[in-house]
Design a protein around this ligand. Sequence first.
Ligand code: MN
Length: 475
Amino acid sequence: MSEARIKRAVEMATKAHEGQKRKSGDPYITHPLAVKKILEEWKMDEDTIIAGILHDTVEDTDLTLDDIKKEFGETVAFLVDGVTKLGTARSGMRNLETYLPETSDNLLRLLIALGSDIRVLIIKLADRLHNIRTLSALPSDKQKKIARETLEVFAPLADRLNMGQLRVELADVSFSYTDPKRYQYLQSLIEKHNKSAEKTIKRAEKEVTELLNKEKIKFEISGRAKSVYSLHKKLAKYNQNINEIYDLIALRIIVNDITECYLVLGLIHSLYTPLGGRIKDYIALPKQNGYQSLHTTVITPDKKIIEFQVRTHEMHEYAERGLAASFYYNEQKLTENYRTGKIQHLPTNLLWITELQTAAAQLKEGKKVDLKKLKLNLFADKIFVYTPKGDIIDLPNGALPLDFAYRLHSEIGGRAVGVKINGKISNLNHKLEQGDIVEILTSKNQVPRESWFDKIFTSHARQKLHHQLNQKNEK
Ligand code: MN
């Protein structure tokens, strides 16, 4: 770490944001400095921290990407640019969610569409975390909007990246704004439950500790309370029946290696009766986000139900900090990002990110990507194009400019006279390609035309055009 370089970034950002204030009245620079601190806590690399300090300068101040490139090099400039673009792509995310049913996959689609160095997302998540922490300064309609977006987009994203700690904070704080009454109710429910289970937990902790000590296993044990938002979601799944929620309180045991995990599981089962069907081996079969642990739910002799989670220190680190932890352990490989044509090397539990980056890199080089080969089947036969403002529009492969126009608005479709693709005038027969920036040229005098059916690929646009022609004929 070059402290001098980081200091220079702070000075540059302070000067650039001079005179700007946050809604809270604080000087604006408090925000980038808070983002810096979060990234440092996540143990991110120096370029990421510097980009975090500068993340709002290009959009909100006179500083340019060139200034940043000159002072801090290409990687920092690339990261700042990515964060800026990701900001403008947010309304595009909304768009994706409207048109495609599975929300979580849309996130992955968006990631590929952006083809970003994954560190861009980490900066964005740190940015969002601080914004959520300081949400009280905003007017209430804004609070609700940002909180909802955080619940819909950023908390699931943190989950995908296995950043458990971040997911819980983003979700719980947001939920306290989107549904304050429910939040308070569930919070008190959890407290009440914790209190009544205190004795049981204490006794189980003692019994397990004695047994593991006897077996000479080195371990840490602690309780973990369920987060408010995850309880909310689980209750919805179980008809609001709290008696069916078995993991309100869990005891977490952290050991040194995998063999000990299974040993401890066996020992727990020698003490208590496991509930059938509730033993989960996420070590042999990790969750899709790479989460690993052994889970078991048992009944104590006094007929209380407790969940145990057993994992190694490393698994725990990944469960809490996820992607950020991978970077920490892979720092030397980290500089090789896809921008230089190389793929970041990540642990197997986050291999989907490697897949994602491979796909993004190939798309960027104009190569065809065999999406069927992607284990995650991230998107099927889709291309992503941008509006000049940076919104992302997803279209089927084969789509033409009028498909894009009608997707934006039927009015834009109906009045189209031409198209600019990547800044160049093109014609309406031109097939759109992955990553194109598309601008539809319109004229008030234009009317929808029968002949356009030949220049349309999607049924969506076809329907809209049909509708417009019918209306025209009725007049
Ligand atoms: Mn910001």
